[in-house]
Design a protein around this ligand. Structure first.
Ligand code: GDP
Length: 588
């Protein structure tokens, strides 16, 4: 407690007095739990330091760290709660899987058929989550299917899902997004219940799906494993009761979700938009405590006072307890989905926190915080700490992915650093890969692939280290150096701009000219270029000539057309993207 007061920059008696008014009696030499520390940090933090620093102080002062594999937002972490205050809460399930395998259909049919008949009339539209009853017990479903939403939320530090429902169509089997979903659920440390869907269809082959899943480590009980697998049809409704039953069983055995409904609320915003006549509204999944009308709230850089609460059937309620989705009005603005919402003592505290966060966001935009990088790993290695280097691997083809994985495995385990591949796949580096890297504290390695625009923006925004290579040896070399604490800055290609090839000309049998439009940044005469087709690199060459109309020019900027000729490449196709780079020493 004395340490907490010191960290918060206030006197011990001040903290004691504040805690007493909140019903916590603690002496100066007594240890306080995280929740109490967070309460005090929340109260004093906004006066003393930034909120992040205050929460950090609370975490450090109580020695509460996130659970491994399940890095919770400090405000959502229950490990410091007094067990006596915790009671069971309904499990929260999210639906993941490949496109068209029936995720939306399953969510719809569960919602339509399982909500008590009397209430059905009240349902107008989805609020982003809903609760159904099975044998008198509630289950909460997140109504946005797909792991993109799931991971985007986790990347912001939110963590709403207790159980992942992996939907696999029985006629189609395991597909790329199925594999991604498995990786994301594992990354989140969330148990998976499998729904083998579309069993009504001709060509459905559930046994083949079970085999494919077993190959990926999800062995069903039928094959002697412990993965719960249910055969469903969103069309006929078959298997839905079983699915709900299995969610509850999994919750009871593996999750045992709990919360303290008596404390001030903490939850996650799962949807937010402007609504005519009502202003900004947000759907919040309350995760701990009870949210009440009149509460002062803050979510990200937005604050307010709860004006009204509506449940998932559109009815007004006075309070919403743990695992309950509820629509909140009274916020000052629309909130980014995934932000954590919590209740503050005073309106002023909410406002100050929101303002500080807005300021911090602006600063972050100027200087992104690097999450983990090969260089920071070196620092850890030098301090003699054991560290895991997590990697997300993306390559242009299965063959090279395997080669890369094989070479990395050969590096073996260093006593100080374990290397772990937390995700992998074929294709361009996507936003979803960057999010996965962020939540699992990983580095993204792109092999002969590039990021798409959204991935690039997400990597900048989240401070994820994304590296591109075209020689396997360079990947392993960098990893080895980092592991051994010998990482040295290298000459790297720094992105400069991008142009799209709109027409291809060949004059007098000479080099082809790519008539291009600069999409962003600029292209300079001395740049090195990569030619990308569908996200994969097809050429790498310096520029031979850069022209505007007939004139040679030194550079061409965004929104202008130009003609690009490369020294060693002639096979342009319309739609190719030319990326320009300059070579610089890496500055980490
Ligand atoms: P999502 O992309 O995973 O959300 O898939 P949708 O729920 O949109 O379903 C894709 C298509 O499969 C739609 O045409 C659905 O009507 C159909 N579908 C979904 N579930 C079933 C099912 O159990 N049986 C059959 N026969 N069709 C289904």
């Amino acid at each position: 407690m004395a340490e907490l007061a010191e960290r918060l920059g206030v006197s011990g008696p001040q903290v004691i007095k504040y805690l007493m008014t909140n019903g916590v009696a603690a002496a100066l030499n007594q240890a306080v739990d995280f929740e109490t520390a967070a309460l005090a940090a929340d109260h004093f933090g906004f006066e003393a330091e930034s909120e992040d620093a205050a929460v950090e102080a609370a975490v450090e002062a109580t020695g509460v760290a996130g659970q491994p594999g399940r890095a919770r937002h400090p405000l959502l972490d229950l490990s410091g709660e007094d067990p006596a205050t915790l009671v069971p809460r309904p499990p929260v399930a999210a639906v993941l899987g490949h496109v068209d395998h029936g995720k939306t259909s399953l969510l719809d049919v569960i919602r339509k058929t399982r909500v008590a008949a009397g209430e059905a009339g009240g349902i107008t539209q989805s609020i982003g989550a809903y609760q159904v009853m099975h044998k008198g017990r509630p289950i909460t479903f997140i109504d946005t299917p797909g792991h993109e939403a799931f991971t985007a939320m986790r990347a912001r530090g939110a963590d709403v899902t207790d159980i992942a429902i992996l939907v696999v169509a029985a006629d189609d089997g395991v597909m790329p997004q199925t594999e991604e979903a498995i990786q994301h659920a594992r990354g989140a440390g969330v148990p998976i219940v499998v729904a083998v869907n579309k069993i009504d269809k001709d060509g459905a082959n559930p046994d083949r799906v079970l085999q494919q899943l077993a190959d990926r480590g999800l062995v069903s009980e039928q094959y002697g494993g412990d993965t719960q697998v249910v055969r469903t049809s969103a069309k006929s409704g078959d298997g839905l009761d079983d699915l709900l039953e299995n969610i509850l069983v999994t919750a009871d055995i593996l999750v045992q979700p709990k919360a303290n409904p008596k404390r001030a609320a903490v939850g996650t915003v799962i949807d937010s938009h402007l609504e005519r006549g009502r202003g900004p509204i947000a759907t919040v999944l309350v995760q701990n405590g009870t949210l009440k009308v009149g509460d002062n709230i803050v979510a990200g850089a937005v604050f307010g006072k709860v004006r009204a609460l509506l449940d998932d059937s559109g009815r007004k309620v006075q309070g919403a307890g743990p695992s309950t989705p509820v629509v909140v009005t009274g916020l000052s603005d629309v909130v980014v989905a995934g932000e954590v919402l919590h209740v503050t003592d005073t309106e002023r505290a909410a406002r100050t926190l929101a303002e500080q966060r807005a300021l911090a966001q602006k600063q972050r935009q100027v200087q992104p915080v690097r999450h983990i990088s090969l260089a920071s790993l070196e620092a850890h290695a030098a301090e003699g700490e054991t560290k895991t280097l997590n990697l997300v691997l993306k390559a242009e083809a299965n063959g090279s992915l395997e080669a890369l994985r094989g070479q990395i495995a050969k590096l073996g385990d260093d006593p100080a650093v374990k290397i772990k591949v937390v995700g992998e796949g074929v294709g361009a580096v996507s936003e979803s890969d960057v999010n996965l890297a962020k939540v699992s504290d990983a580095i993204v390695i792109g092999f002969n692939v590039r990021p798409d625009d959204r991935a690039r923006a997400a990597a900048d925004d989240l401070g994820v280290d994304v590296r591109y290579y075209d020689v396997v040896y360079h990947v392993t070399e960098d990893i080895e150096k980092a592991v051994k604490g010998m990482y040295e800055p290298r000459m790297v290609e720094v992105f400069q701009g991008r142009a799209e090839v709109r027409r291809v000309f060949t004059v007098d049998g000479k080099n082809a000219i790519a008539g291009s439009h600069v999409l962003d940044g600029k292209i300079t005469r001395n740049a090195v270029c990569k030619v990308l087709r569908d996200g994969a690199e097809v050429a790498h060459s310096r520029i031979e000539a850069l022209k505007r109309f007939k004139d040679d020019v030194r550079e061409v900027v965004k929104d202008y057309d130009c003609g690009i000729t490369l020294a060693d490449f002639n096979e342009f196709q319309e739609g190719d993207v030319i990326e320009a780079y300059v070579v610089e020493q890496q500055n980490l």
